[in-house]
Design a protein around this ligand. Structure first.
Ligand code: SAH
Ligand code: SF4
Length: 382
């Protein structure tokens, strides 16, 4: 607990609470935060309203962060009533806990969407300084409660899989931070799908959320400021290459051969290292966007000079970029290699002609870094 600077229990007003309870008990409601702008046009016109009202509604939703349909100022009461009667809601997220790192640059939230859906989401800020008015503000979103992939070094993987998040639950993670940043005249600049879960195992809802978050009529974030990180589900990587979205892709490789990779990623199954590299090449060919390979460096497991040489051999000539992530501590028995070992590994890759950087980690002191998100442990600390 000594690492925690701020722990805030959510101050919920009674009115908010009753609205929230009403939302979670009404089934078959449709959340407006899962609706694409084109679909919003149809909804609005089907309610007998002119099409321009869809833009007013979208502006209210994405730039004012209302808590209820009633709070959307731009649209007339008759339209608000029609939306509610037709079964629409903006049932929102509830901030259960907030933890801020000592330097103030990393904020981890425990958000609850209903009593069965709780996830962690993280904001990382880079170079915030009085001279730089708008620091880079990256939201690390979750796509699942837990994860079915079971990577042995990852806290989320070790908690097992509970459920997929819905598109609106992904969108609301970003909007929650957007609201928080707006109070300091800042805004969300980047998005990484590196929170809890495997985004490509929840493909449709993840893509729907990205389309909403990047649509100029909705949240309007640049597609190029988004990175999807995947453990490597090949059919989904090919499908993503065919979408009209220009997101960056990161594939979590962790090993240069199948034997070692299957030990670290037990569900790697049919997706061999060679097939993953071919999928990355296809993605690059179709989208023009280079793929990054992420490599969690674990002491004594995948960090030797011999393994670095094998990795260099595998990737050289591909124009590949490797991002080394020195293992963040989790409850497991694995640990982070020394700084010297990390640099030696990087040197061998670079010497072998492979572009390689070491990730600047944010938030490990508050268990908010890669692979440390795990809601059951957070709940125990409450
Ligand atoms: N499921 C996706 C995205 C979420 S994990 C994926 O696996 O890519 C985001 C990144 O954190 C991945 O690269 C993952 O390998 C890495 N990671 C997981 N546990 C980690 C740990 N304990 N230390 C460092 N990185 C870790
Ligand atoms: Fe899931 Fe990614 Fe963690 Fe593996 S590293 S268990 S794929 S969240």
């Amino acid at each position: 607990m000594s690492n925690f600077l701020v722990i805030i229990k959510n101050p919920k007003s009674r009115a908010e609470e009753s609205y929230f309870n009403r939302y979670i008990h009404i089934e078959k409601m449709t959340n407006l935060y899962r609706i694409l702008p084109e679909e919003m046009d149809d909804i609005v016109t089907s309610l007998g309203q002119p099409r321009y009202r869809a833009d007013q509604l979208l502006h209210g939703l994405y730039h004012e962060s209302p808590r209820t349909i009633e709070n959307i100022h731009q649209i007339p009461s008759v339209m608000k009533n029609a939306l509610v009667t037709a079964g629409y809601t903006i049932g929102y997220e509830n901030e259960v806990h907030r933890v801020v790192s000592k330097d103030g640059h990393t904020t981890k939230l425990l958000l609850e969407f209903d009593e069965k859906t709780m996830i962690e989401t993280v904001l990382m800020q880079y170079n915030p300084s009085p001279e730089k008015i708008h620091p880079r503000s990256t939201v690390c979103v979750s796509t699942q409660v837990g994860c079915p992939m079971g990577c042995i070094f990852c806290a989320t993987g070790q908690m097992g899989f509970e459920k997929n998040l819905k598109a609106e639950e992904i969108v609301l993670q970003v909007l929650h931070f957007a609201r928080l940043l707006r109070q300091r005249d800042e805004h969300v600049t980047n998005l990484v799908f590196m929170g809890m879960g495997e985004p490509l195992a929840n493909y449709d809802e993840t893509i729907r959320a990205i389309k909403i978050l990047t649509h100029p009529r909705a949240f309007g974030l640049g597609q190029r400021s988004i990175t999807i990180s995947t453990v490597g589900i090949i059919p989904a990587i090919d499908r993503l290459a065919d979408e009209y979205i220009q997101v960056k892709l990161a594939i979590s490789l962790h090993a240069p051969n199948n034997e070692l990779r299957k030990k670290l990623v037990p569900t790697a199954g049919p997706h061999s290292v060679e097939d993953l590299i071919s999928a990355a090449k296809r993605y690059f060919k179709k989208t023009g966007r280079r793929v990054t390979f992420e490599y969690a460096l674990i002491e004594g497991i995948n960090d030797s000079n011999a393994i670095a040489s094998e990795l260099a051999q595998l990737l050289k000539g591909n124009g590949a970029h490797v991002n080394l992530i020195p293992m963040n501590p989790t409850a497991g028995e694995f640990s982070r290699p020394s700084r010297k070992r990390v640099l030696a590994f990087q040197y061998i890759l670079r010497d072998g002609g492979v572009n390689c950087t070491v990730r600047v980690e944010k938030g490990s002191e508050i268990s908010a870094a890669c692979g440390q998100l795990r809601t059951d442990m957070v709940q125990k600390t409450i």
